[in-house]
Write a protein that binds this ligand. Structure first.
Ligand SMILES: [Zn+2]
Ligand SMILES: [Zn+2]
Length: 262
């Protein structure tokens, strides 16, 4: 069986990425109500009651909102690093002790191998994830103000890549946010711009990379078409063919992406 990936939701109103292999199903983040996440899993034709683990990138509400309720309702373990557990514990309610899992450098869930890597964001200990299945590799990196060396090394040679393309810098500068929030979004521990996403993707992509998805798009400071066109033009400038060539696509704040199989 191939590895299935679907971005159920991506953006500041909630994040949840769905990954299914032959004998394991995980979600990365659960940043909407359990009802909406389970509903969207059913919408893509999968079993919403069959989730083996929830992995958490960081404690911001758009990544954890439904984690507690889903863990309690479906008896699912939650994996997060120690600092993230400390920060999110007051927000997600009581979790049964056997479902509190401290994230290791390498976690095995059935035939999936999950490895976290550090990112640059204003949270306790935020991470991105690599997910390995047979010879395939998925990398997820959103909520990072900068693409540091760790990120570049970690996400290189992925078969499917989800990269944050949060905002257009000019739209942030002239947009409605108060200045401290603008500074946060644009800063080292904020979010990645369309241009930064394009440059990062151009740097890490290789011939075998099948699918590149843009995620965590801002509603106020971006347009889907602008994110797509900005990244596409940077890839083309770097002699990377797109559609046909690498499959560049968007994820959505309020609905699921396509279901990809690699
Ligand atoms: Zn976020
Ligand atoms: Zn965040």
């Amino acid at each position: 069986m191939k590895l299935k990936f679907c971005s159920l939701y991506s953006g500041s109103s909630g994040n949840c990425q769905y990954i299914k292999s032959q004998n394991a199903t995980i979600i990365v983040d659960a940043g909407l109500s359990g009802k909406r996440i389970q509903g969207e899993i059913a919408n893509i034709g999968e079993d919403p009651n069959k989730i083996d683990a929830i992995f958490i990138t960081h404690e911001h509400v758009d990544h954890i909102q439904g984690a507690g309720i889903m863990s309690r309702r479906l008896n699912i373990p939650i994996y997060a690093n120690e600092k993230t557990w400390e920060a999110m514990s007051p927000c997600i309610g009581n979790i049964k002790s056997h479902n509190i899992k401290i994230l290791d450098d390498c976690t095995q869930i059935g035939d999936l191998t999950i490895k976290p890597f550090d990112i640059s964001h204003d949270a306790a200990h935020p991470v991105g994830f690599n997910i390995f299945y047979k010879n395939k590799k998925i990398s997820l990196v959103t909520d990072t103000g900068r693409a540091n060396g760790t990120i570049i090394t970690s996400i290189a040679d992925s078969d499917l890549l989800l990269v944050e393309s949060n905002h257009d810098e000019d739209m942030v500068i002239i947009g409605p946010y108060p200045w401290p929030l603008k500074r946060r979004v644009l800063g080292e521990y904020g979010h990645m711009s369309n241009e930064a996403a394009g440059r990062l993707i151009a740097e890490v992509i290789r011939k075998g990379t099948e699918i590149v998805l843009l995620g965590h798009l801002s509603r106020e400071n971006n347009f889907p078409e602008l994110a797509y066109k900005t990244v596409e033009s940077i890839l083309v400038e770097n002699s990377i063919d797109v559609n046909p060539g690498v499959c560049l696509d968007l994820t959505y704040r309020d609905r699921a992406s396509k279901v990809y199989e690699i």
